[in-house]
Design a protein around this ligand. Sequence first.
Ligand code: FAD
Length: 374
Amino acid sequence: MAPQSPSDSAADEVRAALAPALQRFGPDYWREQDAAKTFPTEFFDTIGDAGYFGTFIPEEYGGLDAGARVAAVLVEEINRSGGDAASINAQMAICRTLVLHGTEEQKRKYLPGVASGGIRFLTVAATEPDSGANMAELASTARRDGDDWVINAGKILISFAKHTRLMILLARADEGTTLFLLDLDEVGDKVEMHPIDLVAHRMTSSLFIDDLRVPDNTRIGPVGGGLACLMKGFVIRRVLAASEAIGNARFLLDRSIEYAKTRKTFGELIGVNQGIQYPLVQAYAKVEAADLMRWDVLDVVDRGEDAVPRSAMVKVLASEAAWETSRAALTTFGGWGLASEYHVERKLREGTVYVFNNLLMNLIADRALGLPKK
Ligand SMILES: Cc1cc2nc3c(=O)[nH]c(=O)nc-3n(C[C@H](O)[C@H](O)[C@H](O)COP(=O)(O)OP(=O)(O)OC[C@H]3O[C@@H](n4cnc5c(N)ncnc54)[C@H](O)[C@@H]3O)c2cc1C
């Protein structure tokens, strides 16, 4: 059976609702945010006003409960128009951990504000200087003290840390990795942050927390069960990351094709040259394949089957396709590809965020191919 993309009318509805915002916040808006290294507050609030931050939030908590296909179309369209959907993706998707594993009290307190955009929930703080990607061997600790927890943590490369109010922090309790919901309006003065400057505009920081005392009602999910809770959200997060990459790739393809049809050198259009055509054709074919696969992954989810290996595959395929498209776009634009006014170099930099795929390939090797593990 062919994978089910969202019905044309559902996807068209999202596109129609987004169109005025995407026209108002064109590529030059994003170029300015990138150059000034600022948070895209106006755009973020516009998407919040449209209700999309409630895409994964049940209606009883003020959400839309619209599901992953709507979220996938949304982030793709933002990137396809030259924007950067990273903060929108984070606000929509990170709260799923709270929806799935939070207490009733936590959900009532925070989800309506997250759905409206009034409360920013943009951050999961997992990565550490020593353990890197290995979330099972954290040095950050959470120690029980009566009804409270005392947290000591050091984290690196944490996106949007200075711009979020809510943050999920991973720390190691005696029983294993445990999740805590930090409300930085309440405990922000105990979290020391230092910005880390990256080629991609992700507003990352390192964090240091010394002896932060929080009540047990800040914990999400079971003590020691934090990784399992977090991992339940990974399938959808990979599909959304793939959708962002597909949006970036399509933005670059649209622009490159247009440029190849209009730019003349040596008395002819550059697009007549196979040296320009073939890289674009290769990239286009790979983006189309990744596009089909992301709907297939969501079909697998809907059928209640294991979507983990395929979600890893679509993230790898889409990010690689987008990376290849950036290269093809550079070839097409020549020297102008490096000038910020053409937006190719910015999309190339934004694409770097998605190409760290080794651990996903480990997962595919293990779960899909059954290859031996170390
Ligand atoms: C733009 C950006 C935003 C980020 N935002 C966040 C965030 O919001 N929250 C957060 O917690 N983290 C965030 N990170 C951190 C990101 O999750 C880590 O970079 C990633 O987990 C890898 O950790 P590391 O950089 O320390 O690399 P390391 O763990 O030191 O790994 C180095 C390299 O070795 C590879 N490698 C390591 N072990 C293996 C293995 N067993 N098999 C094959 N290859 C291996 C890795 O894939 C990587 O390529 C962000 C990173 C970036 C670049």
